[in-house]
Design a protein around this ligand. Structure first.
Ligand SMILES: Nc1ncnc2c1ncn2[C@@H]1O[C@H](COP(=O)(O)OP(=O)(O)OP(=O)(O)O)[C@@H](O)[C@H]1O
Length: 761
């Protein structure tokens, strides 16, 4: 139709006077059509062109048919006078569809595929060869074709408008496709994120399924877009209504996918919350389990440590038990051998020829009231106990007499001590001495007897040992008894020495002048014993002289006033009386020894008031020092007793001067009597219990059966102790009463506790 305006030949073929001029096609379409028509006319003019180029003929025919169709359409619109309303989206005029097909055809011709197809002589399948669908407006309106002239007049603006509408529709569809694509990509991205955040659960499987669906949908959309792009006429094949429905279907599917995604997202959120809760519970459970395990581990460790400690304790207890068993076995063996020795000694003494003389010698000293014969055979240290008069206390009760007991109640513990003899507080000096007299008189038979008083300060040790002049104690009575027993026959020679141990210094109490400190040393090898250099020995001719000497020594003894005793003995006093057979008619004779020891009292510094808290600091310090040395020496005595009781091979006699000087008196075969002085005062109960314990331990010491000692020959030790050497220095005559003794010893000469043997009789 456009060609008609410039080419009359061409227009002649069309119906003249048509209204096609009223339509102004777009420049692009017009150019295309002009090109096509021109080429067709040139080919027609040459005649037989269709045979040379069948593709151009087909295109021309298509264009002619299209032009005719457009003319018919335009004519029909004019005849009916019902122009289509393009403003309504649902009411698309058929012309637009045809125009779309034309454009698609042109686009296809321009495309490489079209050119290739044209060059190969093929045509597009759709849009050109296919007839319009039955019942379509195209078919319905085809019979009423309008003249070409009318179509030419209305087609260009209509086409342009249709083209724009088509372009809008195309852009709309492409925009929607792009939007769909973006949504799908967004969905895919979200699904990818969800897949990363979710484990291998059912939700993930659903997400994966949805992903596959989306992929399929995407491919479907991609195919649709390709169809739209590559097969432009496709939109013309479907009605706008179908397009709209398809679009709605796509939107609906998209909405469903979005809803599904949202639901999955919500479900995923719930599961994440549940997962977090489960993880928190798991962590808490792990912490609780860990704490429980640690607690149980600590308990197990504690139990293990307790078991270890118990095992160690049991091991130690087992070791102690073994030691006890061993000690007990040794003790049993020792006791057995001791008993065997005693029995054999007794049998030997009874049966042997010399037994008669020994027994005669033993009988020289009367042994009245010899109690505890078995004990004497066994050789235990006898322990007597005397209670100081005072207010009776319910905390101390006693059963007096032989084998008596003292029961104390100290700190809620009641304890009972059994002793060889218990003297009640009202016991007299006479009663006490009566129990000791036999032992004292045994000295005349050559026995070594040691009587010492022990106890707390102020309990009556000095009172019992010496006593006041009107009621003399053990020492005066013993001397009197001895002299009475000896009579005036002059069979014995009696010598006396007296020392004190003050602050671990040995001092001669019978030396002229102030007491001098004497040196104590070990005797020569083979002779044993100890030696006290410069010790004075006095020959005692009669009882009166003996009393004078005792008074002199007592006056020289160190005493001081303490809080516990106005005249407290601050030293240990040792009186040694030696009774040697002066001129034995038969044999060597005997040499008995009597040791009378008045120990200083054990005391507690604060209680004795000797702690130096008074203004007289010097005196206080002096008392304190005295108390310390006294307690130390008493401790050493306890150690010696413990060693003797345990029959240890080493007895620590050298631990103190007291035990060194007592070593001969505590030797085998000696008779030892401990007179324990105790107080019944409640405030003294602690010391009383300690003293009783000490006495109980001492009572278990066995020194062996008492044995008389023969008088040593010249150059042999004296009777005081078989280990005591002779000094060879004669004693001076007995000093007159009231005058200081003058022993007349050679200076530098050595003398022991025992007197020299070769004294003039
Ligand atoms: N049986 C008793 N009868 C009468 N008085 C006693 C008796 N025993 C002790 N006494 C008196 O108790 C006081 C202290 O006695 P004594 O000096 O003998 O004690 P002690 O044990 O020797 O003291 P220390 O160890 O301090 O020398 C003295 O005054 C003494 O007269």
């Amino acid at each position: 139709a456009a060609a008609d305006a410039e080419n009359p030949a061409q227009s002649a073929r069309c119906k003249p006077g048509s209204r096609r001029r009223a339509y102004q096609p777009s420049a692009e379409l017009w150019t295309e059509l002009t090109g096509l028509v021109g080429s067709s006319e040139a080919e027609d003019g040459s005649g037989g062109g269709a045979e040379r180029c069948p593709a151009e003929v087909s295109l021309e025919e298509a264009l002619v048919r299209l032009a005719e169709f457009l003319s018919v359409q335009l004519g029909a619109e004019e005849s009916f006078g019902t122009p289509s309303d393009l403003s309504k989206p649902g009411d698309v005029p058929p012309l637009l569809t045809v125009t779309g097909q034309l454009l698609a055809l042109l686009a296809w011709i321009r495309s490489p595929r079209g050119r290739q197809a044209l060059s190969q002589g093929t045509q597009p399948v759709s849009g050109v060869q296919h007839p319009p669908p039955a019942g379509s407006p195209l078919q319905e309106e085809s019979p009423s074709l309008s003249p070409r002239g009318e179509a030419q007049g209305q087609q260009p603006p209509q086409l342009e408008e249709d083209q724009r509408a088509w372009q809008r529709l195309e852009q709309l569809i492409l925009g929607q496709l792009e939007e769909l694509k973006q949504q799908l990509e967004h969905q895919e991205e979200e699904l990818g994120q969800l897949r990363l955040g979710v484990g291998a659960t059912d939700s993930e499987k659903r997400v994966q399924h949805l992903t596959l669906e989306n992929k399929a949908l995407k491919q479907s959309l991609s195919l649709t877009r390709d169809l739209l792009l590559h097969w432009g006429p496709a939109p013309h094949t479907r009605a706008p209504q179908e397009e709209a429905e398809a679009l709605l279907e796509l939107r609906r599917r998209l909405q469903e996918a979005q809803d599904t995604t949202e639901a999955l997202r919500v479900q995923l959120g719930v599961q994440e919350v549940q997962l977090q809760g489960l993880q928190g519970a798991l962590r808490q459970l792990q912490q609780e389990t860990e704490q429980n395990c640690r607690r149980e581990l600590q308990q197990m460790r504690g139990q293990l440590a307790g078991l270890h400690a118990r095992m160690a304790s049991l091991r130690q207890g087992c070791g102690d038990l073994r030691g006890l068993v061993s000690t007990f076995t040794q003790s049993c063996q020792g006791s057995l051998s001791e008993a065997q020795g005693q029995v054999s000694w007794a049998l030997g003494a009874l049966s042997a020829d010399g037994a008669g003389s020994q027994l005669a010698e033993a009988r020289q000293g009367p042994l009245p009231g010899c109690s505890g014969r078995l004990l004497e055979l066994k050789g235990n240290i006898r322990v007597l106990c005397r209670l100081r008069p005072g207010t009776p206390s319910s905390l101390v009760s006693l059963e007096p007499g032989p084998g008596g007991t003292v029961t104390t109640c100290y700190r809620g513990h009641q304890r009972r001590f059994r002793l060889d003899w218990v003297f009640p507080p009202h016991a007299s000096q006479e009663e006490v001495f009566r129990e000791l007299e036999s032992a004292v008189l045994s000295c005349l038979g050559g026995y070594s007897v040691c009587i010492f008083t022990y106890g707390q300060t102020g309990t009556g040790k000095t009172y019992s040992m010496e006593g006041p002049p009107e009621d003399p104690g053990i020492a005066p009575r013993a001397l009197q008894s001895l002299f009475q027993e000896m009579g005036t026959g002059g069979q014995h020679r009696v010598t006396l020495s007296m020392v004190e141990i003050y602050n671990e210094a040995v001092r001669d109490l019978l030396a002229p002048g102030p007491p001098q400190r004497l040196a104590v040393r070990q005797g020569p090898a083979g002779q044993g014993g100890i030696q006290v250099a410069g010790l004075t020995h006095w020959d005692v001719p009669n009882l009166e002289s003996l009393h004078q000497m005792l008074s002199l020594g007592r006056s020289n003894r160190a005493t001081a006033a303490t809080a516990m005793n106005q005249r407290s003995s601050r030293s240990h006093a040792l009186v040694t009386l030696t009774l040697r057979t002066a001129s034995p008619s038969r044999g060597p004779g005997t040499a008995g020894t009597l040791h009378l020891v008045d120990l200083a009292g054990s005391e507690r510094a604060w209680k004795a008031g000797t702690a130096g808290t008074s203004q007289e600091d010097r005196d206080g310090a002096q008392r304190l020092r005295e108390a310390r040395t006294i307690n130390r020496s008493l401790l050493a005595l306890g150690g010696v007793m413990a060693a003797l009781r345990a029959r240890r091979p080493h007895v620590p006699f050298r631990d103190s001067q007291l035990t060194r000087l007592l070593q001969p008196a505590l030797g085998p075969g000696a008779t030892v009597v401990l007179l324990l002085q105790i107080s019944t005062r409640p405030e003294d109960l602690g010391e009383t219990v300690c003293s009783l314990k000490f006495a109980e331990r001492v009572g278990r010491v066995e020194l062996g059966p008492a044995r008389p000692r023969r008088a040593p020959r010249s150059g042999t030790p004296s009777s005081l102790s078989t280990d005591t050497p002779l000094s060879g220095t004669p004693c001076t005559p007995t000093p007159s009463p009231g005058s200081p003794p003058s022993p007349g010893l050679d200076s530098g000469s050595s003398s022991a506790l025992a007197p020299p043997e070769d004294l003039p009789s």
